[in-house]
Write a protein that binds this ligand. Structure first.
Ligand SMILES: *[C@@H]1O[C@H](CO)[C@@H](O)[C@H](O)[C@H]1NC(C)=O
Ligand SMILES: *[C@@H]1O[C@H](CO)[C@@H](O)[C@H](O)[C@H]1NC(C)=O
Ligand SMILES: *[C@@H]1O[C@H](CO)[C@@H](O)[C@H](O)[C@H]1NC(C)=O
Ligand SMILES: *[C@@H]1O[C@H](CO)[C@@H](O)[C@H](O)[C@H]1NC(C)=O
Length: 131
């Protein structure tokens, strides 16, 4: 009974929080459907191997399908898009492990000396301050 009360109280708090959400947060939610931009992903270095290019929705986690899951050497965002790559968990973490923008990397197993080629997922947003 006590546990139930605690959960109910937590839910009530959550609802009041949402009701009090500032206007900026509502705008952010509307923008979630917008396209962030395009990214090219390849299993090989220098755009070799299997590649695909797609436009990605802003602020949505993309878990890589096979054969790209944990197998990426080229990760190349287009202009005005910022992506967070996650390689330490099976799906996007809040902050990701690496922020990356244009022109990205054609040698993701050696990005400033770090091997991110076993990336699992990424999340992008539109970035007007990006190259
Ligand atoms: C990728 O291209 C760069 C520059 O042309 C070259 O130095 C590098 O060896 C290439 N890497 C691979 C794995 O092909
Ligand atoms: C991504 O969207 C842009 C702008 O609408 C379009 O020019 C481009 O062809 C699209 N790219 C892909 C891979 O669909
Ligand atoms: C990817 O490799 C790093 C070390 O290079 C490791 O810490 C991480 O756990 C690996 N990620 C996955 C999903 O196995
Ligand atoms: C990078 O990590 C992957 C998988 O974690 C591994 O297969 C590959 O050999 C590593 N590459 C380098 C250059 O260390």
């Amino acid at each position: 009974m006590h546990a139930f009360t605690t959960i109910a109280t937590a839910l009530v708090s959550l609802v009041s929080l949402s009701a009090a959400a500032p206007a900026s947060e509502q705008i952010f939610e509307k923008r979630q459907d917008t396209i962030a931009g395009s990214v090219t992903i390849c299993t090989g270095a220098n755009y070799s191997g299997d590649c695909y290019t797609q436009n990605y929705t802003s602020n949505a986690c993309n878990v890589l399908p096979a054969p790209y899951f944990e197998n990426v050497l080229t990760f190349a965002p287009g202009h005005e898009i910022l992506c967070r790559i996650t390689n330490t968990q099976d799906t996007c973490t809040t902050h990701g492990d690496l922020f990356i923008e244009y022109p990205g990397s054609t040698q993701l197993d050696n990005y400033n000396g770090i091997n991110y080629s076993n990336m699992t997922s990424f999340l992008c947003q539109k970035c007007t301050n990006c190259a």
